[in-house]
Design a protein around this ligand. Structure first.
Ligand code: PMP
Length: 394
């Protein structure tokens, strides 16, 4: 049997990390992998998470199974964090999942069960796991224009023109905030326009929100998903706690199926629990429980909010420093988009050859599509990157 297996393509980011480790230069800069790093290059455990772990160790008295859909206390805090008062609790079915990726996978499986003919529309570009999982599940997919290579902003006209080709019942996958890999995001009024458009065309939004709190703040980052939850007859949300709680390896995510008709919620809840059962039975609980503890404890919550805000403003500061350094070097506003992008990533708009040249000449490691992880920078590496960008003629 095993001899029939085909070698899978190497993960681009993992190969990049290996090349980075092998580079002997002291001033090399890793802007590849998508994890938050502080100025010392560390991915720290957040203070409130560490405190919650201690508390959990003291109070937890069993490691027996949770419910199939996870703990309802976790569903409640996640619904509040993401949706605020945009919906009433009886409109939302929720299931804890292994990370945001697990939530995306379970959401796609729900779509496959409920509406196998639906095409999943993806932004061009998007996080590569989206098309990869959809292809693996054998579901129809299509792309809508999203990134404008000239302005490095959103090609909103192109997006709506392409989505006009979608048929009623198709699914539109949207990044809730901090678009990966481009960093270019919809404005509040564009979200409103998208909502009207989707409703008129009877398209169903599936929002992937993995960076809430990394862009313009927790509430501002949830504007789009909340507006859709208020206005659309039904939608799906896949959320990740990996980034905003810094608990990547704990695998905490949530899938929410939202309907304006609360009569559908019990059926949706049964379905998401069933899907968990088919794939892994009970979801991981440790990370979910830490998140619940942090969000339900006034002191821990405040500390988490403060640390998250420091992370967010730190990345905004780095964006500004890089864009200023490039303004100085190029005497132009060509790279101002870096300060306007939000989240951990920006797509520079460099060619693969230019990305390669920056690696050779300055030891800058970024993904070949020219996505750079802003959190990989610090005050020392900003000028090195700015020099490399200019030298490569980006
Ligand atoms: N969606 C997007 C757009 C992401 O970038 C990520 C993380 N790279 C995820 C979802 C899910 O992350 P995780 O499974 O680690 O929670």
């Amino acid at each position: 049997m095993f001899e029939t297996l085909k070698a899978q393509p190497a993960d681009k980011i993992l190969s990049l990390m290996a090349a980075y480790r092998a580079d002997p230069r002291d001033d090399k800069v890793d802007l590849g992998v998508g994890v938050y790093k502080n100025a010392d290059g560390q991915t720290p455990i957040m203070r409130a998470v560490k405190a919650a772990e201690k508390k959990l160790w003291e109070v937890e008295d069993t490691k027996s199974y949770t419910g199939l859909a996870g703990d309802t206390g976790y569903h409640d805090v996640m619904r509040n964090l993401i949706l605020g008062d945009a919906v009433s609790p009886d409109q939302v079915a929720a299931a804890a999942t292994p990370g945001g990726t697990g939530a995306i996978r379970q959401g796609l499986e729900l779509i496959k069960m409920a509406s196998p003919q639906a095409t999943i529309w993806l932004s061009a570009p998007t996080w590569p796991n989206h098309p990869s999982i959809i292809k693996y599940l054998g579901m129809p997919m299509a792309e809508y224009r999203y990134f404008d290579a000239d302005t490095r902003g959103v090609d909103f006209g192109g997006m709506l023109t392409d989505l006009d080709q979608a048929k009623a019942g198709d699914i539109v996958l949207l990044h809730g905030c901090c678009h990966n890999p481009t960093g270019a995001n919809l404005t509040a009024s564009q979200w409103q326009e998208v909502a009207d458009f989707l409703k008129a065309k009877q398209l169903i939004p599936f929002v992937d929100i993995a960076y809430q709190g990394f862009g313009d703040g927790l509430d501002a980052d949830a504007f789009g998903v909340r507006h859709l939850a208020k206005t659309q007859p039904e939608m799906l949300v896949a959320a990740s706690c990996s980034k905003n709680f810094g608990i990547y390896r704990e695998r905490a995510g949530v899938l929410m199926a939202i309907s304006q008709d609360p009569a559908k919620t019990a059926l949706n809840q049964g379905t998401v629990a069933f899907l968990n059962r088919q794939n892994f039975s009970f979801p991981p609980d440790h990370g979910a429980r830490l998140v619940t503890l942090v969000l339900n404890d006034a002191e821990l919550r405040t500390d988490w909010l403060n640390e998250l805000e420091d992370i967010r403003t730190g990345m905004l500061g780095l964006r500004q420093q890089l864009s200023d350094a490039l303004r100085k070097r190029t005497n132009s506003d060509k790279f101002d988009f870096i300060a306007q992008h939000r989240g951990m990533f920006s797509r520079l708009g460099a060619t693969e050859a230019q990305v390669e040249a920056m690696r050779e000449s300055h030891g800058i490691y970024m993904v070949s599509d020219s996505r750079l992880n802003i959190a990989g920078l610090n005050a020392q590496s900003v000028p090195i990157l700015a020099d490399a960008i200019v030298a490569a003629g980006v």
